[in-house]
Each structure stands twice: as structure tokens, then as C-alpha cells.
Design a protein around this ligand. Structure first.
Ligand SMILES: [Zn+2]
Length: 280
């Protein structure tokens, strides 16, 4: 995807979005779309792409905001709202806050059939807004989907000891494993602005025993060695089974994870702090 035709095609597919901006916001959006094009051609985000700032520039579509404001009455509806009226309200809300990605989820053909005539101008414009941003939204999503996930390498309990034992013909299986994770990019509204955050959900096996370590009482201590952990994103959620196969949760720092349990982590884990109980 490096030939110029593709570059032009990409930029062309993004261009309709610029109609929803004016002045300085439009220049910023234009710059953001150029940066998005470069990332899309590469096929993945680099940290210096600052995907958040690309999104921030594109969320400031003042023309959409103004339209939603001016047609608030058409987007709004008294309670109880029917399903289609709720969606219509969302369409206005998404335009108001420049949420061009969220608005892609609305089923406009159905909405247009269901809403009353006096609302058609609002819904038709919201549909055009969604369409003009569809290529941009799809490209952002595709790039987000390729965001690298952390990689765990199981070296075996204490790499040095394992090597010694292996040279004796003894094979020690890794006893600890990282708690299975579900990693998602989710959008969040903060002070009226949409931001993207990575949410990590820990999928503890059923029956996992939490807080059994003697170091559990202090929530800043590594549960393996008791050393304080000051860097909030340094935590690793480990699972160890006892003789009966019952899983135990053990929150350690990255150091212990590597030196005691032989698990190397490359990349961000983004788990801030360890929970006091229940792993939630
Ligand atoms: Zn430790």
C-alpha cells in the first residue's frame, strides 16, 4: 500500500469529512487526516502518531455541533421514547460531540422510515455526517485493531535454575501463568470530549482464591516478595494452582514475575493497581 494512487484514494475518501469543520478546526482536521493517511498506509499505529490527538482534532467538527444545536428540537423527543426516537436523540448527541465513530452504528435507512416528517431534515443530515466520516472511522478502527497486545514468554520458573535442572535432565514446568486478559479499546466521554482508553478485563478462572498471600494486606506490596511497588502500572496478575488444582491469585511486580516465575512481558499491560479482593 505504498503507491501514490492509494494515498490519493485514501485522502479522497477522507475529504468529505472536512466539510464539517471551519477555520482553524478545519486546518487541524486536515492535518490529522494527513497523519491518519500515513498511519493507514503503514498499516499500524506508531506511538508518535498520537492517535488520541488525531481523534481529538477530528472530534472538533464545529459545523456538526452547530447543526445539532440549531435542530435540538428535531433530535429531541418527550419520554417515553420509542426505540427509533432514542436513536434519533443519539444521532443528535453524536453530532453535538463530534462522535463520528459512534454514529456509524446507527441504522439510518430504518430510522428514516420510522421518524416523523418534521424530523427528516435532522436525520438526513445526521446520516450525511455519518457517511462523510465513514472512511475515517473505518480506518481508525482498523488501525486500533492492529494495536500490539502484550506478549508473554514463559521461560520456566527462575531461568537460571531451570537451565541448571534441564542440564541434569529434569524438566520443570512453569507453575505460574498470567491471568487471561481481555483487552479492548473503548471510547469514553470526559468533559464532553471523547477519549479512547484501553480497558483490561481479568478473566480469573472460576474458584480463584484471592488475597491469600501474607503480603496482601498492604495493597502496594508485591504478593510474592513483599517489596513495595510504586509504579502503578507495574502489576502482574498471576495464577498458581495448589496441589489440589485450586487456582490462587498472586499479584506481583514485573521483576518478580520475571526472576521468580520466569515470565517475560514485552509491551504494556496497563493494569493500574491491584484490587483488594475478588479480582474485580
Ligand atoms: Zn516481588
Amino acid at each position: 500500500m505504498t503507491n501514490t494512487t492509494t494515498t490519493e484514494q485514501l485522502l479522497q475518501s477522507f475529504t468529505p469529512a472536512l466539510a464539517w469543520f471551519k477555520g482553524k478546526a478545519q486546518r487541524n482536521a486536515s492535518g490529522a487526516l494527513e497523519r491518519l493517511t500515513v498511519a493507514a498506509e503503514r498499516g499500524y499505529w506508531l506511538p508518535e502518531d498520537k492517535s488520541r490527538s488525531i481523534r481529538a482534532a477530528l472530534n472538533k467538527c464545529s459545523v456538526a455541533h452547530k447543526f445539532a444545536r440549531a435542530h435540538e428540537g428535531e433530535f429531541d423527543a418527550p419520554y417515553p421514547r420509542t426505540d427509533s426516537l432514542s436513536k434519533l436523540w443519539y444521532a443528535g448527541h453524536y453530532m453535538m460531540f463530534g462522535q463520528f465513530e459512534a454514529i456509524q452504528t446507527l441504522d439510518f435507512p430504518t430510522l428514516q422510515l420510522e421518524v416523523q416528517v418534521h424530523r427528516l431534515h435532522a436525520i438526513t443530515t445526521a446520516r450525511a455526517f455519518a457517511k462523510d466520516f465513514s472512511a475515517v472511522a473505518a480506518t481508525l478502527k482498523r488501525l486500533d485493531d492492529t494495536r500490539p497486545q502484550p506478549v508473554f514468554t514463559y521461560l520456566g520458573a527462575s531461568p537460571t535454575v531451570s537451565r541448571t535442572l534441564e542440564s541434569l535432565g529434569l524438566h520443570v514446568k512453569p507453575e505460574a501463568r498470567i491471568c487471561p486478559l481481555k483487552i479492548e479499546q473503548v471510547e469514553k466521554l470526559e468533559n464532553g470530549k471523547k477519549i479512547w482508553i484501553q480497558v483490561v478485563t481479568l478473566l480469573w478462572p472460576e474458584g480463584t482464591v484471592h488475597g491469600a498471600s501474607r503480603y496482601h494486606a498492604e495493597d502496594s506490596q508485591c504478593e510474592a516478595c513483599g517489596h513495595g511497588i510504586k509504579v502503578v502500572d507495574n502489576w502482574v496478575p498471576l495464577i498458581l494452582n495448589n496441589d489440589k488444582g485450586t487456582p490462587y491469585a498472586l499479584w506481583t511486580g514485573r521483576d518478580c514475575c520475571r526472576t521468580i516465575f520466569g515470565i517475560k512481558i514485552v509491551g504494556e499491560l496497563n493494569i493500574t493497581g491491584r484490587p483488594q479482593s475478588n479480582g474485580s
